[in-house]
Design a protein around this ligand. Structure first.
Ligand code: PLZ
Length: 452
């Protein structure tokens, strides 16, 4: 078996040449070699968007084993906000690796975990007293948020929304809306999960936030009942479901109703969190203060870490020993998180996310004016999407979406799609990307649209 040999000098991080460079077709021979090994060794259910073999990444690029340099417009699904191998993260993780790698926080604690909890309590919306518990993945944190809400309220039902995505574990699959590829054949799903309609301005006939909330609340009251409901969980901007920004007032009406009815309001900010939307958390754009907020992805510069942060009385309700996990809040991931948060702060990345947003929204709106297949341009900060439709009927156009994504991949741009109907192209660049690369990436997408 041949191992793909990586040039020893190629280190990732922001010092990588920041350019789109194609030296072979995508995938090149070395990437193809890895894909053949993957097909023979990895379970077929583990898919991939782009068939390349990554050897280095940093700033706004990903370099493959054939020497191609691709523009990264996905950040590993909204994870590497600070960029891959960000210098502070590399330094902090290296230092932590050299002191200790693991003790299990619930066996013998260490400072990094506590410092991350303090930082999250400080940065998340609301100035009430908070507590945090750390986990590994977004799904694991969502599960724990629901566990905690049930323990606190002594109620069982959970309401999620149309188009929601909350993970792939059994409970979070049940919370997730989309059947294929996330759920089909993987049931039975957990009980006491209910679904309410979402505010989706492009597709709900332009209901106001208050009207859409009234509709959702009516479903909740008639089909579940506040007396049975432990929690409402919602992404403030839906991620996998299609970057759906609810109408103004939708989220705040839900928060108000939850508060009046002793229901825990959980914001799933796994994808929207950590500077991505031009604020620390997307809840801030709506002025809402969630009771519990779930974070992951952008928290630790690519290392696996997630968190549940919430009102002290809710978080403290679970008995000692009721929350944990062998690796939950790993010292290495915590070191990475502290360095990542410092990087967002020191490098002005919240401001940078807003600038990226103006470039994206400006250019995409210009494209839309000339191309009626772009039905909608939406998002906040560096979390922006276009929804592609049949201009005559408004029907979702997944085939066009796939064609544009394929064109982008073949031309050196890592571009992601999403949406219940598979017709949304999403832009999630690292906040470390240059305007030049971003604009080059957008021009490839524009060409892809023209060619399709
Ligand atoms: N909540 C809002 O976006 C993860 C899914 C990638 P994990 N989204 C990317 C895939 O295809 O599996 C996500 C999310 C929101 C929860 C999750 C789950 O986070 O870290 O993937 O478990």
């Amino acid at each position: 078996m041949t191992l793909v040999d990586t040039p020893a000098t190629l280190t990732g991080g922001p010092s990588l040449a920041q350019e789109r460079r194609l030296v072979t077709a995508i995938p090149g021979p070395r990437s193809q070699e890895l894909m053949a090994r993957k097909a023979a060794a990895v379970a077929a259910g583990v898919g991939h968007t782009l068939p390349i073999s990554v050897v280095a990444a940093g700033g706004g690029v990903i370099v493959d084993a054939d020497g191609n340099s691709l523009i990264d417009l996905g950040s590993g699904i909204a994870v590497t906000g600070v960029g891959n191998s960000a210098p502070r993260v590399v330094e902090a993780v290296t230092a932590q690796l050299n002191s200790f790698t693991h003790t299990c926080f619930t066996v013998s604690p260490y400072e990094g975990y506590v410092a991350v909890a303090e930082k999250l309590n400080e940065l998340t919306p609301g100035d009430h007293v908070k507590r945090t518990a750390l986990f590994n993945s977004g799904a694991e944190a969502v599960e724990n948020a629901v566990k905690i809400a049930r323990h606190f309220t002594k109620k069982q039902a959970v309401v999620a929304f149309d188009h929601a995505y909350h993970g792939r574990t059994n409970l979070t699959m049940g919370l997730t809306a989309k059947n294929i590829p996330y759920k089909s054949g993987f049931g039975p799903f957990a009980s006491e999960v209910y679904r309410a309609p979402l505010s989706y301005p492009f597709r709900d006939g332009g209901l106001s936030g208050a009207e859409a909330a009234a509709k959702a609340i009516s479903v909740i009251e008639k089909q579940v009942g506040a007396e049975n409901l432990a929690a409402i969980i919602i992404e403030p901007i839906q991620g996998e479901g299609g970057f759906i920004v609810p109408a103004q007032g939708f989220l705040s009406a839900l928060v108000e109703w939850a508060r009046e009815n002793d229901v825990v309001f959980i914001a799933d900010e796994v994808q929207t969190g950590f500077a991505r939307t031009g604020a620390w958390f997307a809840s801030e754009h709506e002025g809402i203060v969630p009771d519990v907020i779930v974070t992951a992805k952008g928290i630790a510069g690519g290392l696996p870490l997630s968190a549940v942060t919430g009102r002290a009385e809710i978080m403290d309700s679970a008995m000692a020993g009721g929350l944990g996990g062998t690796y939950a809040g790993s010292p290495i991931a915590c070191a990475a998180a502290l360095a990542t948060i410092e990087t967002y702060e020191q490098d002005g990345l919240i401001e940078r996310a807003r600038e990226i947003g103006s470039v994206l929204i400006g250019r995409l709106n210009a494209l839309r004016t000339a191309d009626p297949r772009i039905g909608d341009v939406r998002g906040r900060g560096a979390m922006v999407a276009i929804e592609l439709v049949d201009p005559a009927t408004g029907a979702p156009d997944a085939a066009l979406t796939n064609a544009v994504a394929k064109y982008a991949h073949a031309n050196g741009v890592v571009l992601l799609t999403c949406g219940t109907y598979g017709n949304v192209i999403r832009f999630l660049p690292p906040l470390a990307i240059s305007d030049e690369l971003l604009i080059d990436g957008l021009s490839v997408v524009a060409e892809g649209l023209k060619n399709a």
